[in-house]
Design a protein around this ligand. Structure first.
Ligand SMILES: [Fe+2]
Length: 327
């Protein structure tokens, strides 16, 4: 049981959330503004604060920052809508413990609360993992906008990390592949919804927007130390060894190994999933596509390692899984 403070300027929301949290066995307080919430920090023994971002007066982001300054042991979950995505990015920088993307159902709330409290009790091993999970929620939102099913990121992670192991990468590079596999398309959050959901062919202007997502993604994680390892995967996952990729038309080994691996893993996962503009491929057709693109679109040695990893069932050690994506 935990002491939880719910902060929202809409009473209907605080009442509904508090009711659910009490049913889950927690003690629950409510506040209708950031200022009121902050006055409770120190006065009450709080374990967790769940706050909306968009409120008159002090925003949820400002509240998050103030709370972490006063008592970093209090977990903070930030609720935001897709249209508030810049707030979500700010929340990431302020080390929010989790995001709840509106609209969410009350079971999502219970899961997020349980996860934040569990991580809090395991303390430092580690703050970083906790941050990664919050970011994974953000990445998951990017994927959802891109028309992918929930399973997509988990698949990219399995394909990419097992391929990295097959290639004998060192721990740092594996970490880059791991984080990059989750975050590679986070820049899609900056692409307008109308473009992502288009059924017909994209116009040159639309393509231009889509092609900015690697750099937009690198911008989103810029300055967040523990996400730095994902940077090259994010920037390079649409580069091609033959120089025909974007955003920088890099060639061969100018493309980071992390980027070359995530390129293969995400392409394979995309081919297996249906998208607004085309049907899913069978696994054997997707394998043929990778073969056909080997050396031109994809790094040949990475494709070979991917095939070996596939033969072994894409095994991923426990340490490289992300709780958030466990079924
Ligand atoms: Fe991408």
């Amino acid at each position: 049981m935990a002491m939880i403070l719910v902060v929202d300027d809409e009473p209907a929301i605080t009442i509904a959330l508090a009711k659910k949290l009490r049913r889950d066995g927690h003690e629950c307080l409510t506040a209708s503004s950031g200022e009121e919430a902050l006055s409770r920090v120190g006065a009450e023994k709080l374990d967790l604060i769940i706050t909306d971002v968009r409120m008159p007066g002090m925003s949820g982001i400002e509240l998050l920052k103030q709370v972490k300054l006063r008592d970093a042991s209090i977990s903070v979950i930030v609720m935001s809508a897709y249209t508030d995505i810049n707030f979500a990015i700010e929340a990431l920088r302020g080390r929010a413990d989790d995001f709840l993307l509106k609209p969410f159902n009350l079971d999502d709330l219970s899961l997020s609360v349980a996860r934040s409290l569990r991580e809090r009790s395991t303390s430092s091993k580690d703050l970083e993992q906790l941050g990664v999970q919050a970011v994974a929620a953000l990445a998951s939102a990017a994927e959802a906008r891109d028309g992918h099913a929930d399973a997509h990121l988990n698949d990219v992670l399995r394909y990419a990390v097992s391929t990295g192991f097959e290639l004998g990468l060192d721990e740092d590079a594996l970490r880059g592949v791991w984080l990059g596999s989750v975050l590679h398309d986070v820049g899609m959050l900056k692409v307008p919804e109308a473009v992502l959901n288009k059924l017909g062919a994209l116009s040159p202007e639309d393509w231009n927007l889509v092609r900015q997502h690697p750099e937009a993604g690198a911008g989103i994680i810029a300055g967040v130390d523990y996400l730095e390892a994902a940077r090259t995967s994010i920037l390079h996952h649409h580069e091609r060894p033959d120089g025909g990729g974007y955003p920088s038309a890099l060639r061969g080994e100018e493309i980071s190994i992390e980027g070359r691996i995530v390129a293969v893993a995400s392409a394979f996962a995309s081919m297996l999933g249906a998208r607004p503009h085309r049907c899913a491929l069978t696994e054997s057709d997707a394998v043929s596509e990778l073969d056909r693109g080997s050396e031109s679109q994809f790094d040949g040695s990475v494709v070979r390692a991917f095939m070996s990893a596939r033969g072994a069932g894409f095994l991923v050690p426990l340490a490289f899984r992300i709780d958030h994506y466990q079924p």
